[in-house]
Ligand binder design. Structure first.
Ligand code: MV4
Length: 442
């Protein structure tokens, strides 16, 4: 077992990892930037070390400083959380070269899934359904044949993409060449990789993702799905598990395929397979090789501590859970609480002058803020996650309504009111929503 873990992150996820470490009897090292000196993750850790000035680039993304911090504190593993360096192949590689364990998959798996063309190919080869597409754009005739077959609209995507950058939807022949050119330029700028591919564009899918957990001995379990369709500008806002549109047969079918694929590639750690879901069909899009923001809804319905399991499999331990031990019980919903202006969605950093967080049965708050805390402007505007659990979806919704009402955050703007409006909306209440929900919502 690890004796000490360095947590290469900040905010709520640093606390989440810290808490798992404490329960496992593992010492923790927090890293922080200048402006985060009094942040909660620093206060709660056994040790802390400053890795640079405020900008993420010079602190939480500063690989040499983080490796130095791990070496100086004698940490035997590094947990990257999400965002920052969590899916950085080079970071995982350097850590391993220093004989420190990266708590995540191998750098090869990170690389494999970092390229969406490769990822799709691997999943397709393993029998996981993918969106119809074409990767070789050097032959115009082949492109024309593809489009004749699938018909417009189609979407141009960056091979190294994610989060919507380097994407173009094309509805007619006249725009195709220009869109490919533009996407290539954007992809080159954003990812230093101009490689793009085409897919049939699905117009009103849901975004449903499957959670996997794999040890280093070939054991794989899936932990159901999360519906993450409520998003705005590729930022998820609300996630829930299970999805209200899947039945057990559909869930088992896609989960079986995911497990087979993970076994085939010898994946290790936690991971998420992202799908579009339309007309009762799943289409694989990409795989995330990290712990995700929305992991708590899965924890609530499975009763499994994903971070503890992630740490345990990283030590090389065999999974103690079988697939038959896993069942989804009840429903869980997560609202991401952002410090942002309610209309413009512009970040709203500043001092929290009054703070009260909701509690009670079935209410979980994952946040690192406190009364009097000043939210720095240098990082993400997500300041917490409000998660509720109920024995059915209606109960989880009622809890969410009550908890949002109870939540008091003064001194800054938040999206709490927006959440209240979404939660009580007819379409959300019915579970009748897809990825276009927010663009139609006001
Ligand atoms: C798509 C799609 C429709 N059809 N691919 C957006 C982010 C990137 N990971 C992939 N994305 C999409 N790919 C095909 N073939 C629609 C989106 C999309 C989307 C997907 C999931 C959640 C929100 C979204 C918002 C806009 C577009």
């Amino acid at each position: 077992m690890f004796k000490k873990i360095l947590i290469a992150n900040r905010g709520e996820i640093a606390l989440r990892v810290l808490r798992a470490c404490r329960e496992l009897g593992i010492k923790t090292v927090a890293i922080h930037s200048d402006v985060d000196e009094s942040a909660m993750h620093v206060r709660m850790a056994d040790e802390s070390i400053c890795v640079g000035p405020a900008s993420a680039q010079s602190s939480y993304l500063n690989i040499p400083a983080i490796i130095t911090a791990a070496t100086l504190t004698d940490a035997d593993a590094i947990h990257p959380g999400y965002g920052f360096l969590s899916e950085n192949q080079r970071f995982a590689e350097i850590i391993e070269e220093h004989n420190i364990k990266f708590i995540g998959p191998s750098s090869e798996h990170i690389k494999m899934m970092g390229n969406k063309i490769d990822a799709k190919k691997i999943m397709d080869d393993s029998g996981v359904p993918t969106v119809k597409g074409i990767n070789d754009l050097s032959n115009k005739e082949k492109i024309n044949d593809f489009i004749k077959n699938v018909k417009y609209p189609i979407i141009v995507k960056a091979a190294s993409g994610g989060g919507g950058k380097g994407m173009r939807v094309v509805t007619e022949d006249d725009d195709l060449e220009k869109s490919i050119k533009e996407a290539k330029i954007e992809a080159k700028k954003s990812f230093n990789d101009e490689n793009v591919y085409l897919e049939k564009f699905l117009t009103s899918p849901k975004h449903i993702e499957i959670q996997v957990l794999c040890d280093s001995h070939g054991n794989v379990v899936t932990l159901g799905e999360r519906d993450c369709s409520i998003q705005r500008k590729h930022q998820k806002l609300i996630e829930e598990s299970p999805s209200s549109v899947l039945n057990e047969t559909e869930r088992d079918k896609i989960s079986d395929l995911c497990r087979k694929a993970m076994k085939k590639i010898n994946y290790e750690g936690v991971g998420t397979l992202e799908f579009l879901y339309e007309n009762n069909e799943f289409y694989f899009m990409e795989m995330n090789t990290r712990l995700q923001v929305e992991h708590p809804v899965t924890e609530m319905v499975t009763g499994i501590d994903l971070v503890k399991e992630q740490i345990l499999v990283a030590t090389g331990e065999k999974l103690q859970i079988n697939q038959s031990d896993i069942s989804l019980n009840g429903n869980s919903i997560e609202c991401r609480i952002n410090a942002e202006h309610p209309e413009s969605f512009i970040p709203s950093p500043g001092k929290i002058t009054q703070y009260h967080q909701p509690g009670g049965l079935g209410v979980r708050v994952d946040s690192a803020v406190y009364d009097g805390y000043s939210i720095p402007s240098n990082y993400d505007s997500m300041i917490g996650k409000l998660i509720t659990y109920g024995s059915n979806r209606q109960e989880a919704l009622k809890k969410m309504t009550r908890a949002l009402e109870e939540y008091v955050i003064m001194g800054i703007n938040t999206n709490i009111q927006l959440h209240q409006k979404i939660i009580k909306s007819d379409e959300f209440t019915k579970g009748n929503y897809d990825i276009n929900f927010m663009s139609k919502f006001n």
